[in-house]
Write a protein that binds this ligand. Structure first.
Ligand code: AMP
Length: 209
């Protein structure tokens, strides 16, 4: 099965994609993770996209489509894939329709104030990469990593200014994709507000798995 996951930042697309991929044997492809890895490794791509990611803007379509085209051509995608965070613009969706049309587009629906609450509470350990949330997954000692004792940080794009920008970009550029996939008859809406177990159950029902 070839799936795409739509929905605002913080709706839990990544969490659901990881669970579903291990359940269904598909490849999980997060363009955000691919870009962040490139930044962390200091590759040419990473240098090109770092400031774009920090602001919460979108990487240009040509760069993103090329990355996805290369990734979905790899052998682990033969049994299907979940694209998490791609496409995010109409030109990206049209490119995917030409390259490898998705079977279903799952849209995780979440209100703006919930997006801000979820993202602004996220904390990251810069040393071991463990993630926390001040409300939902608090560390044992405030602002200290449970795993390695390092001081936790807020990802640049989880700072309030960047969150507001990411939401505005989502509404302007990505929300129109709902109509694109609705017109194709492959859009499935899922309420992303309940706890992850309930959302995952609703996802499996929507996919018939
Ligand atoms: P995410 O983790 O999915 O929120 O992505 C983090 C950042 O990576 C986004 O704010 C964008 O800067 C960039 N990014 C990820 N996916 C795309 C995409 N499909 N098109 C353009 N930029 C993207």
């Amino acid at each position: 099965m070839k799936l795409i996951f739509l929905g605002p930042p913080g709706a839990g697309k990544g969490t659901m994609a990881k669970r579903l991929a291990s359940h269904g044997g598909m490849a999980h492809i997060s363009t955000g993770d691919l870009f962040r890895e490139a930044v962390a490794q200091g590759t040419d791509l990473g240098k090109q996209v770092k400031s774009i990611l920090d602001r919460g803007d979108l990487v240009p379509d040509e760069v993103t489509v090329k990355l996805v085209q290369e990734r979905i051509g790899r052998p682990d995608c033969r049994r299907g894939f979940i694209l998490d965070g791609f496409p995010r613009t109409i030109p990206q969706a049209e490119a995917l329709d030409r390259l490898s049309p998705p079977d279903l587009a799952v849209n995780f629906v979440l209100a703006d104030d919930e997006v801000v609450k979820r993202l602004s509470g996220r904390r990251l350990c810069p040393s071991c990469g463990k993630t926390f949330h001040i409300l939902f997954v608090p560390p044992r000692k405030p602002d200290i990593c449970d795993g390695c004792g390092t001081g936790l940080v807020i990802r640049k794009d989880d700072q309030v200014e960047a969150i507001r920008n990411r939401l505005a970009v989502y509404k302007a550029q990505t929300e129109p994709l709902e109509a694109h996939y609705r017109d194709l008859g492959i859009l499935r809406n899922i309420d992303a507000a309940p706890d992850p177990e309930k959302v995952f159950a609703a996802l499996k029902t929507a996919l018939g798995v």
